[in-house]
Design a protein around this ligand. Structure first.
Ligand SMILES: C[S@@+](CC[C@H](N)C(=O)[O-])C[C@H]1O[C@@H](n2cnc3c(N)ncnc32)[C@H](O)[C@@H]1O
Length: 310
């Protein structure tokens, strides 16, 4: 590809651009990340034959192609780093504690709903499908398992739907799991059709709280390694909207280096030896009640430590 000639992004153009990105998606670009926008969007301006970023800001602010251009832009500016079995200790918490508790609690209705919010190219929701698959074994056919992966970028969702991966995505996948759930095809790894059929994908912007309601209530929400790109106000908004979509015994997993501490949310942190997850403080059924938590006694929102479990 020919080198893109650099179109300079001035500080005032950067400030306008980051405001419209933030207003649309909640993604916050600090000054230190100005170069990311400049390097990723330069070629786009050339494609559109725009001479400078003022014209691009205008293009994003009005006109019939505005929504399409936002999508083009999110395809370019989002960081989509992910892998299968990313941060295994945290997935161990899900596999050893959360999932068995939920399978027992939902044993009557035999329905389980898991949302991987900001799923990138699908490695996370497919990993969760593999974990559920190996936990249920032959009982899988008695259950209605719904796993949804959503993201703001259409490009990564297209990759997710393809279910075809390179070694890079498999760097944390052990050989047994590889042979059980993938078929190698030259340099690619194709995901097993059963696992593929357990997961659906949809375009969803976490900024859009109203449209999130169309998904209804989940038993578990994974929202890992995306809130680092949000500011505190957006994080709080997203997490509180998750709270409205989880029952009292539902669970929230955020990235292992992320925290809800200091934020005003109803979640309490539940610590296990391998990692932590969150549950709402309001005790409605099973879950936290079984662990002995009382509403309002332990809250990450207060900065106090969470429940400690083995
Ligand atoms: C670093 S990846 C994390 C993927 C996966 N959750 C994991 O932990 O491996 C972050 C993803 O968040 C998505 N994202 C960023 N802002 C978003 C928003 N406002 N709504 C939905 N997805 C968003 C990006 O497109 C990207 O694919």
């Amino acid at each position: 590809m020919p080198e893109s000639k650099t179109i300079t992004l001035s500080q005032s153009q950067f400030e306008k651009l980051r405001k419209i990105i933030y207003d649309r998606s909640g993604i916050h670009f600090p000054d230190s990340k100005k170069y990311v926008l400049e390097s990723r969007l330069g070629r786009r301006l050339e494609e559109l034959e725009l001479g400078d970023y003022d014209q691009y800001v205008q293009f994003l602010s009005m006109g019939p192609y505005m929504d399409d251009e936002f999508q083009e832009m999110f395809n370019k500016i989002t960081i989509n780093e992910t892998s299968f079995f990313r941060n295994e200790p945290q997935l161990d918490v899900f596999e050893r504690h959360t999932l068995p508790a939920l399978l027992e609690a939902r044993g009557g209705v035999k329905r389980l709903r898991i949302w991987s919010a900001a799923c990138s190219s699908g490695e996370e929701p497919y990993t969760l499908a593999m974990i559920v698959h190996r936990a249920l074994g032959l009982r899988l056919m008695d259950w209605k398992i719904e796993i949804l992966g959503t993201d703001i970028s259409e490009r990564v969702l297209t990759e997710a739907q393809g279910g075809r991966y390179t070694d890079y995505s498999m760097r944390s996948t052990n050989p047994l799991t590889k042979s059980r759930y993938f078929k190698q095809d030259g340099p690619y790894w194709n995901i097993d059709p059963v696992i593929k059929s357990m997961v659906n994908f949809d375009l969803h912007n976490l900024k859009d709280r109203i449209s999130a309601k169309r998904y209804g209530v989940w038993d578990v929400i994974f929202c890992r390694n995306v809130m680092i790109y949000f500011d505190d106000a957006m994080k709080e908004q997203v997490v509180n909207s998750f709270a409205g979509q989880l029952p009292g015994d539902g669970w929230l997993f955020i990235g292992h280096s992320e925290t809800l501490r200091g934020m005003n949310t109803p979640f309490i942190q539940v610590d296990h030896a391998q990692g932590f997850c969150y549950q709402k403080g309001a005790v409605e059924a099973g879950g936290a009640k079984a662990y002995g938590a009382q509403p309002g006694t332990l809250g990450s929102g207060t900065g106090r430590p969470g429940l400690k479990l083995s």
